[in-house]
Ligand binder design. Structure first.
Ligand code: SF4
Length: 287
């Protein structure tokens, strides 16, 4: 219901006690936060919430520090822990076999040369779950609450309309203010510029396999520490998976299945990050 209302250019029908902005700290959600701060989107959110995988490049954390100082409402940073450490952790099944979680959407190359995408849990475990857990805590949501108490603002833009997903929990509903205003990503960048704000970074984990070649190049050229971390994580992920009893395919971060520091990143005709986020995510990564 709220999807249709938003597509019709209106906010959700149900007025709630809490308005909370889901802050990814990228272009769209940062623009949304500053628009709310300027009174261009109402009501003013009670707070923003940022789920930290502890795996974003430094530019995102620096940006978040700056953004927080511009906003008239608080930003709560929440985390489920260090995602990189979690995905390398060995687990033992009841039958004694050793396994690791399939956390990120790595490209998997099988022994016959075929390539698939690893099923993943990163967004669900390290973005959605800590946000919901902390919303319950911060807004004092009772166990078994059936009525809508919170409107969560999701910062996806009109060009990412396929990422709109309704809430699975009865006590919260989603709102997409940028879609209500039919604002695309480039409109957000224009709005930031016209208001004298700097350009926000792309927000995503340093080693996210959804990066486009352009984003990998940007990391390599301008954030070499984040790129080096991605190279390290790829090697570590391969070493870890090779030690498990159930994984025979090899994980890679780039779809060419070539070591990241040897990939030819000059081709821009790859599937873009936004395209892949669009198909896979609910609007909490890359916005
Ligand atoms: S940015 Fe990529 S790796 Fe990080 S949580 Fe989102 S989909 Fe997973």
């Amino acid at each position: 219901m709220s999807i249709m209302l938003s597509l019709n250019g209106k906010p959700p029908e149900i007025k709630t006690q809490w308005n909370v902005l889901n802050l990814g700290a990228g272009v769209q959600s940062s623009t949304l936060a500053l628009m709310a701060a300027c009174g261009e989107i109402t009501p003013i959110p009670d707070f923003a919430i940022f789920a930290d995988t502890q795996a974003e490049p430094k530019s995102v954390y620096d940006w978040l520090d700056w953004l927080e100082r511009q906003l008239p409402f608080p930003v709560h940073r929440v985390t489920r822990g260090n995602m990189t450490d979690d995905m390398m952790q060995f687990r033992t099944a009841k039958d004694g076999r050793v396994w690791t979680k399939s956390t990120i959407p790595a490209f998997m190359k099988a022994t016959d040369g075929s390539i698939g995408l690893l099923g993943r849990s990163c967004t669900a475990d390290f973005k959605i779950a800590p946000i919901l857990k902390n919303l319950r805590r911060l807004c004092k949501i009772k166990r078994g609450e059936k009525s809508v108490q919170i409107t969560q603002w999701i910062g996806i833009s009109y060009d990412e309309i396929n990422r709109m997903k309704p809430s699975r929990d009865k006590w919260t509903q989603h709102r997409w203010p940028l879609i209500e205003k039919e604002l695309r990503r480039h409109h957000c960048l224009e709005w930031m510029k016209s208001h004298g704000y700097p350009e926000p970074p792309r927000s995503a984990c340093s080693y996210c396999p959804f990066h486009s070649n352009k984003e990998w190049r940007r990391l390599k050229d301008y954030e070499p520490e984040a790129f080096a971390e991605a190279v390290r994580v790829e090697k570590e992920l391969q070493r870890t998976k090779a030690l498990t009893d159930i994984m025979r395919s090899v994980p890679w971060l780039h779809k060419s299945c070539v070591p990241l520091d040897q990939v030819d990143l000059s081709n821009d005709k790859d599937a873009g990050q936004l395209d892949m986020f669009g198909n896979e995510c609910e609007g909490l990564c890359g916005v």
